[in-house]
Ligand binder design. Structure first.
Ligand SMILES: [Zn+2]
Length: 222
């Protein structure tokens, strides 16, 4: 059925609207050029693309408009980031993907949970590549009001998420046992959310091995 639909309505690029693919090669090349690796307080971070106009649009479409073609591109970028993540010693072990949560009010307003959907997309993609032992564990929650980050500078962002996360349940915590823990987010702007998530996990004796994001701010890797 989907094949017939694709013949009748060929996909268009979510960014430039050219016909053929949901995310065309030109737009892909414009954001995925070189490897983006950095560290957030000692934790390796791998990102699929550099943040700019294209990625900004993709994130907005997936996060606020629930457009699955845009979400699929972010999942692609996250899988690419995961493949490039420097955790070679841990590659064969079971994996726990832990999404960095949005605030409860944002989740309520949207009616879906953006980073959880991304993590589930990554799990499906990894499973289809033969990595069977991947779990998405909903371990982090936002435990107080946090502001929208987009207008904040580095210090404000850091204060905004300081001690903002806590774990959802001891049951979820025990599901992490024996797994390589990877944090997952759509975008690393200053690294403050990833840093704070890492502090929260370390406080309950969970040591993440790395973090992946679909995009990263250019200044974080320069
Ligand atoms: Zn395009």
């Amino acid at each position: 059925m989907s094949k017939i639909l694709e013949l009748l309505f060929p996909p268009r690029c979510v960014i430039c609207e050219c016909a053929g693919l949901h995310f065309c090669q030109n737009c892909r090349v414009s954001i995925v050029d070189v490897l983006k690796q950095t560290e957030i307080t000692g934790l390796p971070l791998s990102a699929g693309a550099l943040y700019g106009e294209t990625l900004s649009q993709l994130i907005l479409m997936a996060k606020e408009e629930n457009i699955s073609a845009a979400r699929n591109v972010l999942v692609d970028l996250l899988v690419y980031a995961y493949v490039k993540l420097d955790i070679s010693e841990a590659r064969d072990r079971p994996l726990a993907l832990i999404p960095i949560p949005s605030s409860r009010s944002a989740n309520r307003k949207r009616g879906y949970r953006h980073s959880l959907l991304l993590a589930q997309g990554v799990r499906r993609r990894l499973q289809s590549r033969g990595e069977q032992n991947v779990e998405v564990i909903d371990l982090l929650k936002v435990n107080r009001k946090i502001s929208d980050m987009s207008a904040l500078n580095r210090e404000q962002r850091s204060a905004n998420v300081s001690e903002a996360y806590s774990i959802t349940s001891l049951r979820n915590k025990s599901r992490v046992d024996g797994r390589v823990v990877i944090l997952l987010d759509d975008l690393a702007t200053t690294g403050s959310s990833i840093g704070e998530a890492m502090r929260c996990l370390r406080a309950v004796k969970i040591e993440p091995s790395g973090a992946i994001s679909a995009g990263v701010s250019p200044h974080l890797i320069s």
